[in-house]
Design a protein around this ligand. Structure first.
Ligand SMILES: [Zn+2]
Length: 322
């Protein structure tokens, strides 16, 4: 059992078990218009209504089912800022987090830091293998907090939260222990960095990029182009290197068209788990038939894939404006 004195410290805040002294603070948050709209509760009518949930959260803490924390700013006086909790789910070793920031303190990155701390607590102290969180679809602020902490879209739930005046749809996001572990910076060594230096199949080389014949070609002239410096995946590349890689691809295709009888070509970059080299590279391969390379369609497309309304709304505000 975790002692009730368990306190989590972040760079700027402290998370501690809620007590009676928080009641006024919680009540004042529920007075703000819209505050309760995405919550599992309706606005309380009086302070007294808040004692029973506090008692329940204490019981849950004692049973090891859920841990709630009041978030406070560090400093000469502790200022209450919000609440965060992590609770067991029906799924083994999967925990769920919920949080709110007092309307007076929203938009300051407080919750992003608090969620980061609760993830560390969940994955190390509670030994969670996965942590999930759901938020009302319209709540872009909560969405951003989760995305900044590495959470990924799992599913859309049309009937998410039951409120007095109907259902509120939610998105569920989650983060696995391994994703969380890998998101922390670490030093990696790369076999491919070494291999580039003494490769006999190099067809072009400049200071920064290299093109070599793929050792496992799928067509004549199939090459891979990559930077000499180590980057794991395409999305980590600086723009100037992308420019160099793509212009080399363009030149290569121009040369191929003069030397070989091409009907066309394809280019491809695999990332993440599907990047077998773990050193960023793009494939360029000449093509003469549809059969030599095919896109295979699977029947395991997730249901939400055709919910374009959900996907568009989820993506909104996340792409940088250029
Ligand atoms: Zn490398």
């Amino acid at each position: 059992m975790l002692p009730e004195t368990t306190t989590i410290h972040t760079e700027n805040y402290r998370l501690r078990i809620p007590d009676e002294s928080d009641i006024d603070f919680v009540f004042s948050a529920t007075r703000y218009a819209g505050f309760n709209d995405g919550m599992q509760w309706e606005a309380p009518e009086s302070r007294e209504e808040l004692f029973s949930p506090l008692e329940k959260s204490r019981e849950a803490w004692a049973k090891g089912e859920a841990y709630s924390f009041t978030i406070e700013s560090a400093g000469p006086t502790w200022t209450r800022l919000g609440r965060i909790s992590i609770r067991k789910t029906e799924e083994k070793e999967v925990w769920n987090i919920g949080f709110w920031t007092h309307p007076e303190f929203q938009g300051k990155g407080i919750m992003t830091e608090a969620v980061g701390a609760i993830l560390g607590f969940g994955f190390t102290k509670l030994k969670a293998v996965k942590i999930s969180s759901s938020y009302a679809t319209w709540n872009k602020a909560s969405e951003k907090v989760l995305i900044h902490n590495g959470f990924k879209f799992v599913k859309h739930i049309e009937k998410g939260l039951k409120k007095q005046n109907g259902w509120v749809s939610e998105n569920e996001l989650a983060l696995t222990a391994s994703q969380w572990e890998h998101s922390k910076p670490g030093i990696t060594s790369c076999d491919f960095c070494d291999a580039i230096k003494e490769n006999n199949n190099i067809v072009f080389e400049s200071d920064e990029v290299v093109a070599l014949l793929d050792i496992d070609p799928i067509s004549i002239g199939h090459i891979i182009i990559c930077p000499k410096a180590h980057f794991t995946d395409f999305h980590e590349l600086p723009d100037h290197l992308i420019g160099k890689i793509m212009s080399l691809a363009k030149e290569y295709i121009r040369v191929l068209s003069q030397l070989f009888n091409l009907r066309g070509y394809s280019m491809m970059a695999n990332g993440g788990e599907f990047n077998d080299l773990k050193h960023v590279h793009i494939h360029v391969f000449p093509r003469n038939s549809k059969e030599e390379f095919q896109w295979v369609f699977s029947d395991k497309v997730p249901e939400d894939a055709i919910r374009f309304d959900v996907i568009k709304n989820f993506l909104k505000g996340h792409m940088p404006k250029k």
